[in-house]
Design a protein. Sequence first.
Length: 169
Amino acid sequence: MNAGDAFRWRRPGLRRSLRRALRMLPVDGDMMGLLSNLSEARRRPIRLLTHEGNPTHPTGLWVGKPGCDYIIVDAAASPASRTMIIAHEVSHMLLRHTNDATAEIPEELLTSVAPRMDPAVAVRVLARHGYGRAVEVEAEEMGTALAAEARRRQRIDHFHADPVSARLR
């Protein structure tokens, strides 16, 4: 079974978008490599930023601006959570979900990401409106499949790099 078989896709483009994401995912499952490949495919930089988390703030956020995409991740996220957050936000990009500059993002989150910027200006620059439930479910399903495949590839890569495993082969 491949990463996409475990899910009921809610729209036809989901399976195609997942296949595209899996082609961009490096053989070692490295998420930074995925971001680099996606950046190249989209012909625009993707910047990964961190913020100091707060239970009332989102753990991850994609902000698409003209000429650049930003993925903002909670600085305290574990490596597994970080992978899932990035996979979820990448899914929004590949599914062509849109940003809405009228969002209400908590001021503390804005000041942690852009500390030297007036929060009112930061809202206009960074904000995106929360997605409806169906769009979030799509991104979560695809993100989960992508993160699972990344983890599988990381385990295989670790197995191949392990000296004990190499002697047993």
